[in-house]
Design a protein around this ligand. Structure first.
Ligand SMILES: Cc1cc2nc3c(=O)[nH]c(=O)nc-3n(C[C@H](O)[C@H](O)[C@H](O)COP(=O)(O)O)c2cc1C
Length: 304
């Protein structure tokens, strides 16, 4: 019997499969497809201090083997999430979730973290310093090691849960930013968020997205995400959640061999709502074929 259990800073997951923030809402749309309690965990939609309507539409554009989004962190605000969504989640999901937060100032990040204090069904706080679709804050915290460290320090001080920092791939040296977050007290790193891109409507001669640019995600970005997780693993000694373009059980194994302890799956949930279940079902067979009994054996395996 192959063991799929992994551990993220003391939080034991029955398997490493986690739907990514922004691609799974609060989970409730998926309960009609399968019992989401089979998931290792899931990351909720990015939450900010105040409610946000997000960017103007169109804010989704298609692309080969991927998609662009410029949603712009639409969410009902942390107070509503804590008072309503977190409580409702308890009625259909029995494991701890990952609370993804975002902000436009360090004070906003601190506010969100303080609101999450004492909430037992939050296992990890995922701090998004990498949203490419908002002006001021968002990605600007994630493109400087100094700013990333400042946010990390403030959030870690205010939090009563492990803090994982979600990094932007829109940088030249992601490993040095990961290291700065580790030195500032982060319990783990999540990588990557989306890559800045755009499309043009040739009939209108105008960008497809109202925001002009958006974040590219989906299978097209997998090799980039894999390379970045590999580089981060060489630089830090804290767990990494690998994200970006994962669409199969084999991709999960590759990402874990690059250094991820667990993985998140984003855009693929939008085209195939069963993707996480399919991958969880297939993982034991894929490990068995490689003669692996415990999935932890492969973490960072490509570095040895
Ligand atoms: C529509 C959409 C909304 C997203 N919203 C968020 C968000 O609120 N917070 C966040 O940290 N990442 C957000 N992301 C990024 C994903 O969590 C993930 O990092 C990225 O899409 C790469 O993974 P994938 O290639 O598997 O989709 C969003 C992605 C998409 C496609």
């Amino acid at each position: 019997m192959v063991s799929l259990k992994v551990n993220l800073s003391g939080l034991e997951l029955s398997n490493p499969i986690i739907p990514a923030s922004g691609c799974f809402g609060y989970g409730k749309e998926y309960i009609n497809y399968y019992d989401i309690n089979i998931l290792g965990s899931f990351s909720i939609k990015g939450t900010t201090k105040d409610l946000r309507f997000g960017n103007a539409t169109p804010r989704i554009a298609e692309s080969n083997c991927g998609m662009l989004n410029s949603v712009g962190l639409q969410n009902p605000g942390i107070d509503h999430v804590v008072e309503y969504e977190m409580k409702e989640i308890l009625s259909y999901y029995s494991k701890p979730i990952i609370a993804n937060i975002s902000g436009f100032s360090i004070e906003e990040y601190e506010y969100c973290v303080k609101r999450l204090k004492g909430i037992n069904n939050v296992g990890i706080i995922e701090v998004n310093i990498s949203c490419p679709n908002v002006h001021d804050g968002g990605m600007s915290f994630g493109t400087s090691a100094d700013m990333a460290a400042k946010v990390t320090k403030a959030v870690v001080k205010a939090a009563d849960k492990p803090v994982y920092i979600k990094l932007s791939p829109n940088v030249t040296d992601i490993a040095s930013i990961a290291k700065a977050c580790e030195d500032a007290g982060a319990s783990g790193i999540c990588a990557i968020n989306t890559l800045l891109g755009m499309r043009i409507d040739i009939k209108k001669r105008k960008p497809v997205l109202a925001n002009i640019t958006g974040g590219l995600s989906g299978p097209a970005i997998f090799p980039i995400a894999l390379r970045m997780v590999y580089q981060i693993y060489e630089a830090v000694n804290i767990p990494i959640i690998g994200i970006g373009g994962i669409s199969s059980a084999k991709d999960v194994l590759e990402m874990m061999m690059a250094g991820a302890t667990a993985v998140q799956i984003g855009s693929m949930n939008l085209t195939d709502p069963y993707i996480c279940k399919t991958i969880i079902d297939k993982l034991p067979d894929e490990l068995d074929k490689l003669g692996i009994e415990d999935i932890n054996e492969i973490i960072g395996g490509a570095h040895k």
